[in-house]
Design a protein around this ligand. Structure first.
Ligand code: BES
Ligand code: MN
Ligand code: ZN
Length: 511
């Protein structure tokens, strides 16, 4: 794990392998971002000119490595692009800083120690740079062996992540700076843990093994964990979770993680879709659509990370996370298109497509979460390909039975640097799920499929409970080249939004 410390500017440059500075596109050419003054001075104030003659543009994510002048105690300077420079009297936005720090940290894989001399004036800058750097320094190398083993492990594979990060110019004695760094460390450790879970292949991560990891993390961080195994699920009548899991050799689980604060006034319930592998079931996915389906538990990983983060941060709010875990497989015991399931709520569902399994496990968990009358329920799920069609692969959709809550979540997501967009739940799409055999079918009209799924879930929310649904099918798993602090594979989508929601709820900012 990468370590992070704060160090004031001024004193001598710390003994590190690389010092990172930012550069942006100003109106009249490149400008060195605040924090980089000492480095620029070592270049006789000509760093921007040097960069221009090297063809640097200052665009987001651009990385330029330079040998350092003798005046610096550091051998190498890494310059990272920040995009457009802010207008006069304005500061760099937190998301550009987070991304730049991430790009720099990624480019520094294989390096031991780096000092980040980026803008670190405000505590929110410290938070953003710390988050970006710690998220950018992530690598998933557990399964690499032989030649592919990390270089530092004597193979030819990827280099080990940057080991030590110093935020140069932050104030270790300032309580806001210190709190920002501590929060970033706890939060990014949980995001990176979620990424590990998402990236772990489904032969190793299945409902039982996921539940065991939750139990261990709960013990470590003071979160109470209760696991319903397949017997308990039968006894409780969780027909949705059981139906989805019945075709698999690895049985389903419903995991409840509760963090409580003695002075909490509000309770948040978070529900996560935890399909450890989605083959589609009898309505089997075709090749090209199943290779990344280990990511279908990203919602469960997100709510798990959020509840543990809330505990580690000691937030004054109760947070309960429900992980609805099952593997969706075809077999002689699998649920068939045409079967009717009796859900935990008592409603019956005609399964028309076994690939629309997420809503079935979520429905049971949402009904169960509703029984405890939380102040709000937020479910997180890689629920529909249709949401990806609508919003692309970097933006999640937000649906809710409460417009104000949906707006708040959208604002919170922007504030923490997560792309999202509010989506409607048009009532006319409900009739597409009418079934002649059961109370509802698990599939409706193809058009607006993401909203149809949202409407299905809405029926399982307890009377009068504020609820929102985040469809993270797009951003949960990144298939392209890494960018900013986003690696290939599991991203940890929605976690920062959930944790900020918990903080806002603790502060009494909502409802
Ligand atoms: N897990 C998938 C959705 C998904 C697709 C997530 C691509 C991430 C990337 C979900 O279970 C699914 O298969 N949904 C179907 C629903 C349909 C059968 C009504 C879909 O979107 O095609
Ligand atoms: Mn599916
Ligand atoms: Zn799925």
């Amino acid at each position: 794990m990468t370590a992070l410390t704060l160090k004031p500017a001024g004193a001598s440059t710390p003994r590190v392998d690389v010092v990172v500075v930012g550069v942006a596109k100003g109106a009249k050419g490149l400008v060195v971002a605040p924090g980089g003054e000492a480095v620029d001075a070592a270049f006789d104030g000509k760093l921007a000119t040097v960069l221009e003659s090297l063809g640097a543009s200052g665009s987001e994510g651009e990385v330029t490595k330079l040998p350092a002048p003798a005046a610096l105690k550091t051998p190498v300077v890494l310059v990272v692009g920040l995009g457009a420079a802010p207008a006069k009297d304005e500061t760099y936005g937190t998301e550009p800083l987070r991304r730049a720090a991430g790009s720099a940290a990624r480019a520094l894989a294989g390096t031991k120690k780096a000092a980040f001399a980026l803008p670190l004036e405000a505590a929110e800058d410290v938070a953003a740079v710390a988050e970006g750097a710690l998220l950018g320094a992530y690598a998933f190398t557990v399964y690499l062996g032989g030649e592919k083993k990390t270089k530092n492990g004597n193979g030819n594979g990827p280099k080990l992540p940057l080991a030590e990060i110093t935020l140069l110019g932050a104030k270790p004695r300032d309580k806001d700076h210190k709190a920002a760094a501590e929060r970033a460390i706890a939060l990014t450790e949980e995001i990176n843990r979620a990424r590990d879970l998402i990236n772990t292949p489904p032969n190793d991560l299945y409902p039982e093994s996921f539940a065991a990891i939750a139990v261990a993390a709960g013990k470590e961080h003071g979160v109470k964990v209760e696991v319903l195994d397949e017997k308990a699920l039968v006894k409780g009548g969780f027909g949705g979770i059981l139906g989805v899991g019945q075709g698999s050799a690895t049985p389903p689980r419903l995991v409840k993680l509760s963090y409580t604060h003695p002075k909490a006034e509000k309770t948040l319930a978070l529900v996560g879709k935890g399909i450890t592998y989605d083959s589609g079931g009898i309505s089997l996915k075709s090749p090209g659509h199943n290779e990344t389906m280990k990511c279908d538990m990203s919602g469960a990983a997100a709510v798990f990370a959020a509840v543990v983060s809330a505990a580690r941060l000691g937030l004054r709010v109760n947070v309960t996370a429900w992980l609805a875990l099952a593997e969706n497989m075809p077999s002689g015991s699998a649920v068939r298109p045409g079967d009717v399931l009796r859900m935990y709520s008592g409603k019956t569902v005609e399964v028309l497509n076994t690939d629309a399994e997420g809503r079935l496990v979520l429905a049971d968990a949402i009904t169960r979460a509703s029984e405890e009358a939380p102040d709000a329920i937020v479910d997180v799920a890689t629920l529909t390909g249709a949401m990806m069609m609508a919003l692309g692969s970097r933006t999640f959709g937000i649906m809710s039975n409460d417009d104000a809550f949906r707006t708040s979540l959208h604002e919170i997501a922007s504030e923490v640097g997560e792309a999202s967009w509010p989506m409607p739940l048009p009532a006319d799409l409900r009739k597409g799920m009418d079934s002649s055999t059961a109370d509802i079918a698990n599939m409706g009209e193809r058009m607006g499929g993401g909203l149809v799924a949202g409407l299905f879930l809405k029926e399982f929310v307890g009377e009068g409970i504020t609820w929102a649904h985040l469809d993270i099918a797009g951003p949960a798993f990144h298939e392209g080249a890494p960018f900013g602090y986003t690696p290939k594979g599991g991203t940890g989508s929605a976690i920062r939004t959930l944790v900020r929601l918990a903080e806002r709820t603790a502060d009494g900012d909502l409802g």
